[in-house]
Each structure stands twice: as structure tokens, then as C-alpha cells.
Design a protein around this ligand. Structure first.
Ligand code: SF4
Length: 440
């Protein structure tokens, strides 16, 4: 997996400013005519650490669960420091720490953080990158909470996995809590009977499949109940694995990835009822659940839900010949209207493989799109959504927090450590190992 990552030395310089933050600051200052979903994005994320909700960005309308991790106050010196000072402090701390630390940066992180990452990739690629550094004392994961948990599951117990801002969760992952999933499983037992009983074909009534974007507790649940984890790159392979072992699948938390993948495999929409955890039987009837092939959890990504068919129509009208590529977390109508749908890695690879100058309209998080535009000046690359609205939780990681956690490591202290309890980690690893072993 690491071959697809961009290392610091390989990152090309481009003519386009890859910094979304600079663009937002220009909008707020009135020097850019572009539009943002909220001018609060121009503030430091520390302004929101003690406020309720996900903070500014795509998830600002979502409800933060009670008890979600919060970040304590970032020391004033980091809040007051300018961009250049923070860059220097991060570089200096990394120089001192050397091989003792690995900094991982998700594709959706702001450029000011990604520029310090030793590896840039999606959540699973980054967890694997951490595996290549078994001697590092600390893995600083510039991403969101479930990603740091996955890195902890896959790294050695002595290694500290650090999330620079504990408020960097994921609104989609939060849409399936372990209590809700346990409750769903009990109700499905009432519908299907013994969930461990195999039929004449050796299949159980239902196999749970969780997207990588879920808590370790959910991965542990899946591991305990014969299920498996998937990514947006291998969802089809994983569903095939599950259908070989179960008559149907319970897919969570992202309804869109589940629906788009199952539809492409020929599963009729009528056999994909929704499970809304706030309604009895998820809001479906007993008959619908009996007929189901895939039960879709009522979760979604607020970043990818912003993309619409109207945006695609506009891109086609204004850019004849445009190639539209969207992420499979987008709604089905958007995926159907696009030319292609694929994971972040698919999108990156497709652009890198285009030999002739091409116009690309991309339906995924703006930080990745802007960086791709900077890296490939021979192409015209723009985000389908004209409104600048980054992921609320990725936004919470700022160079100020990165400088703070690195300087604390220099001082001998691992702050913001993410640790998955042993009773959860065991079955969660089983679910991940099933995914690694699943083959097309
Ligand atoms: S982009 Fe969507 S799925 Fe990814 S961290 Fe943000 S809210 Fe979660």
C-alpha cells in the first residue's frame, strides 16, 4: 500500500496555491470572490474546542454525540504564533525527534499540516505506513479519531499513537454508536432467529460489514459477529466475501457507499432497506427485512452529501468534455451522473494517469482537490461544489496542535494518546485481518 503514498521529497511544486486556508482567509478579507459555507473557518480551530457541535465546515449541521472527546485548551503560545513560526517549530521538533516519530497526514488535511507529513494517504494507507516504522516511539496521526484508533490497532503496543486535536472525530463514524448497533442486532435476531444458525448453503442470516470510517468498538462488534471491515477501495470484494457467508449484509455506517457498491453488483434497490436507529426495526417492515440483501445504516458523510447532480450538469455545460469523478460516499444520483466513482486513491491515480491535458471536476473534500490542482498544472482540476466547505473535523488539526504535540514529545511527554482497550482491540483486529485476507 505504501507505494501509492506521497512522501515529502516526492511532493511537486505547482503554480496553484494548494492551501484552502489561504483561500478562506482571502474570502473573509474580501480579496477573493469565491464563497465559503461559513466565515468561521477563518478562525483558529481552538475557538471551537469548548463549544458544542462539530465546529465550522461540512458537518456543522450534524449533532455531536454526548460524551464525544473534547480537546483541552491549546497553550496560548501556539494559538498566538504565526504560520511561519509554527512551521519552524514543527521542523525543529521533527529534527530533534528524527526517526523516533512518524507524522501521518490524511489527504483531507489542510496543506499547512500535510507539508510536514512523512506520509500522505487515506486512512488505511496511513495505518500501513505506520507499520513500516516499528521502531518509532510515536505515530502522530493528522487525521480523525477512528484513523488514530486503527493505527493503534495495527501498531506495536509500545508505540504511542497521537491525535493532535482530540475534537477531530468524524460525524459519519459517530452516526453508528456501539449501543445502537447492539440494539439493531437484537432486533434482527427477533426477525431472523438465531443469527449464528447456518442454512443448507452454509450461510448465516446476516453478516455485519463496517466501513473503515467507524469506531474501534464497532470494528470489535463486527469481529465478534463473523463480520468484516471494508474501505472505499475494496467494498465490492468485501461484499462478495460477505455474501458467500451470509444471506444478507448489515452495512454501516455509510448508506451511500453501501448502496452504490451493492447497486453496481446488481442488488435491486428494493432489497436495500434503510436502518434508522431511532425507529423500531430501523423504520423498515418485517417483510422488507426478510427480503433484504443489504440493510443500509442511516449514516452519511456531510462532506460528500454536498455534491449534487445540478453541479455535474453545470460542470458539463461550462466545460465541454469535462471528466467528472466522484467519491462513492456521494449520493447514488451523483454517482450515477458522474463519469466515474472511486476512492481518494482512485481519484489521485486517475488524474496522474491522464497523459493529455484534461479538465477534471472532482467530488471529494476540497483540500485534496486543491492539492491535486497544484500538483497537476497541466490539467484543469476543480471541485464540483463551488462553495468552499472543508470537513469540519479534519479542519480541527492545525499546525498549532501539531507543533504542540511534537514539542511535548521532545520534552518526553506523549499527549493526546489514543489507545484502544484490549477487549475491543482483539476482535477489531480479527475484522481487519478478514479484510486483508479477502480477495476478489
Ligand atoms: S470527510 Fe466525511 S467521512 Fe471523512 S472524516 Fe470528514 S465527515 Fe468523516
Amino acid at each position: 500500500m505504501s507505494a501509492t503514498l506521497i512522501t515529502l521529497s516526492q511532493r511537486p511544486a505547482g503554480g496553484v496555491d494548494p492551501s484552502v486556508d489561504h483561500g478562506i482567509q482571502a474570502i473573509v478579507a474580501g480579496t477573493s470572490a469565491a464563497e465559503t459555507c461559513t466565515t468561521e473557518l477563518a478562525a483558529g480551530p481552538w475557538d471551537f474546542d469548548n463549544r458544542p457541535g462539530y465546529g465550522p465546515g461540512s458537518s456543522m449541521g450534524d449533532v455531536l454525540p454526548t460524551g464525544a472527546p473534547r480537546q483541552g485548551e491549546l497553550p496560548a503560545a501556539y494559538r498566538a504564533a504565526g504560520e511561519e513560526e509554527l512551521h519552524e517549530r514543527i521542523r525543529a521538533a521533527k529534527d530533534v525527534l528524527g526517526e523516533r516519530v512518524v507524522v501521518l497526514g490524511h489527504f483531507y488535511q489542510r496543506e499547512e499540516v500535510v507539508t510536514h507529513a512523512d506520509y500522505v494517504g487515506d486512512s488505511f494507507q496511513l495505518a500501513n505506513a505506520a507499520l513500516e516504522h516499528p521502531d518509532a516511539e510515536a505515530i502522530v496521526f493528522c487525521g480523525v479519531h477512528f484513523m488514530a484508533e486503527t493505527a493503534d490497532l495495527l501498531s506495536r503496543p509500545e508505540q504511542a499513537v497521537i491525535l493532535p486535536n482530540l475534537a477531530a472525530g468524524c460525524s459519519m463514524a459517530d452516526m453508528a454508536s456501539i449501543d445502537e448497533v447492539e440494539e439493531c442486532w437484537e432486533q434482527l435476531e427477533d426477525v431472523y432467529g438465531d443469527l449464528a444458525a447456518v442454512d443448507a448453503d452454509g450461510r448465516v442470516p446476516v453478516i455485519p460489514v463496517t466501513y473503515m470510517n467507524s469506531s474501534a468498538a464497532i470494528k470489535g462488534f463486527v469481529g465478534r459477529h463473523g463480520g468484516i471491515v471494508c474501505t472505499s477501495s475494496n467494498a465490492r470484494t468485501v461484499l462478495e466475501w460477505a455474501f458467500a457467508r451470509g444471506r444478507r449484509v448489515l452495512f454501516f455506517p455509510d448508506q451511500h457507499l453501501g448502496r452504490n457498491t451493492a447497486k453496481a453488483m446488481g442488488v435491486p434497490l428494493a432489497q436495500m432497506p434503510m436502518w434508522n436507529p431511532r425507529q423500531p426495526l430501523g423504520g423498515s417492515t418485517n417483510d422488507e427485512l426478510v427480503e433484504a440483501r443489504v440493510i443500509l445504516w442511516h449514516g452519511f458523510c456531510s462532506v460528500h452529501r454536498r455534491f449534487t447532480v445540478d453541479q455535474i450538469d453545470k460542470a458539463r455545460a461550462e466545460h465541454p468534455g469535462v471528466r467528472v469523478i466522484v467519491h462513492p460516499e456521494c449520493p447514488m444520483a451523483v454517482v450515477d451522473a458522474a463519469d466515474e466513482a472511486g476512492s481518494t486513491d482512485y481519484i489521485r491515480t486517475a488524474i496522474a494517469a491522464a497523459t493529455a491535458p484534461t479538465t477534471f471536476a472532482i467530488g471529494t473534500e476540497i483540500n485534496l482537490v486543491q492539492r491535486l490542482a497544484a500538483q497537476h498544472p497541466q490539467h484543469e482540476i476543480f471541485c464540483l461544489d463551488p462553495v468552499v466547505c472543508p470537513c469540519s473535523t479534519m479542519y480541527r488539526i492545525h499546525p498549532g496542535y501539531l507543533a504542540w504535540v511534537l514539542e511535548r514529545l521532545v520534552a518526553g511527554e506523549a499527549v493526546n494518546r489514543i489507545t484502544v482497550p484490549a477487549d475491543v482491540a482483539g476482535p477489531a483486529r480479527v475484522a481487519l485481518e478478514r479484510m486483508l485476507a479477502a480477495r476478489p
